[in-house]
Design a protein around this ligand. Sequence first.
Ligand code: NAI
Length: 583
Amino acid sequence: MAEVIIMPKLGFNMSEGKLVKWYKAEGDEVKKGENLFSIETDKTNMDIEATNDGTVRKLLIDEGDQIPVTLPIAIVATKDEDITAALEQALKDLGKDNAAENTATSLNKAEAAPASSSNHSAGLKNTNDYEVLVIGGGPGGYVAAIKAAQMGKKTAIVEKAHFGGTCLNVGCIPTKALLRSAEALNEVKESATFGVTGVDIANAKLDLKRVQERKKQVITQLVGGVQGLLKGNGVTLINGEGNLIDKNTLEAAGKKYTADYIIIATGSDVKNLPITISPKRQVLTSKEMLELSETPKTMTIIGGGVIGIEFAYFLASIGTKVTVIEFLDRILPMVDEEITAQVAANLVKMGITIHTGAKVTEITDQSVRFEKAGEVQEVEAEKVLMAVGRAPRLDGIPCEALGIKTERGAIVTDECLKTSVSNIYAIGDVNGKAMLAHTASMEGIVAVENICGHKSAMDYGKIPSAIYVQPEIASVGLTEAEAKAKYGQVKVGKFPLLANGKAKVAGEERGLVKVILEPKYGEIVGVHMYCIHATDMISEAVVAMKLEGTAEEVANAIHPHPTVSEVMHEAMHAATGKAIHFL
Ligand code: NAI
């Protein structure tokens, strides 16, 4: 009688295994006790023997596939037995949905069925090479690929440069590594305040070559970690530039790959201004800034957004004379106004010159020209940094030809991250919704959950943001002005850092925390922090808002003392009545 061989469960905690090698091919005779295939789990490697004599009629799984336990992987039968019925019965016995559909798909007797919502459809042979193919290995793409593999999908990811993408290689992580060095320098300069003696404070400075080396080490370790995670989860890594040929086919490094579902996660590129730039002048972007090996004497930064301000802070810390030119009437226009005012004042104290309401018109050999209040002004600068935003990267994605809808250069997606082509999803910067690494990662998870048949959606109203200057800036939800525009009257609770014991101990008492509540239920709709450790502490507000919490509920949760996190507790008290430790 036909025998359907399933992935054995070799241990109590084993949920899947990798098929390392087939010892038999289709059509081979096999004797009971002969090795049929070998598998690998996180704990062991083992050869699995045939339990009956017969002919290997069908191999359902490829070498290298990661398979959940109990998934059928081969059929051994006599030469004329009906293996379709045997497989269908086996799938039914195993409680799989769509047994008939999966049977047909596995035996290649029907058109490739769409990937079913069952996790266990993974690994069954299909006419496509993969069930999920991800283009781009940044924090959107690699998280999506890992999640897809974890949910049982046969997954591949294609990357043209380095896994980890912009964030890990030329964005968040390297910038933060540089800023950490600036912070260490600032600590040395302020060490006398803490009673440290014997330090040559006057000569303390950064050796940018050493700073760059440390940054590279951090990146190398993290990139290696991402590749290890992908491989460890059974994702196939493809190196090369991916070009989408049709809705199921991608070409990379001279080979074609097909997939049931495609996830576009190609990120973004630096935007440039359409202005006259002297050919003698090399205008830097954030990418080149990360390679600086000498401290510039003067730097003009065009754009007072997140990148502009983080670099302004870094450069001013290492001794560069910085000028920021911002088009709007304030820097960091996305941050709560009250906080922006304090940040701007502290940056000015560091020696940074800020021009707001200023439109850059030309970059000459020596200077940057801009219009402000109807007058043309000019600032001389050894170096110029362009930081006026980023644009979605669509190289290799012929949107129009494939029918993928775009708007202002970004791929249009619904709340499930699906594009106008039903098997193609787009996550991260390429959809232009919120250009942040953690948004991309969450979008990757939401996209994969939808591909696997689970209904989940992004909540773009509760995405935290973090800006790395000292003190740090972090926020989630509506600013006070946005909340007032939406709800009319709102309740606001504030707490200044100078009233917090741990901040005083740390010697960093600048800043405040601000909590905004909607008027009807007192639900938290915005939290804004400008203080030491803000970027770590904002998560508490994100969780509270995700759970639709009120300020009263957070105020009733005991916060440890002495910690800076008490400022959140106090701001919640302030929003519902009165702060305990501030008059
Ligand atoms: P951004 O959009 O944050 O800021 C660009 C700024 O340039 C805006 O304030 C804009 O008003 C200004 N601008 C535009 N045209 C101008 C002109 N002609 N003259 C003067 N100013 C002009 O873009 P940024 O800073 O380049 O960052 C790019 C992306 O990377 C953003 O989406 C940002 O969220 C993300 N990012 C996030 C980080 C973080 O969360 N810590 C760090 C770095 C980047």
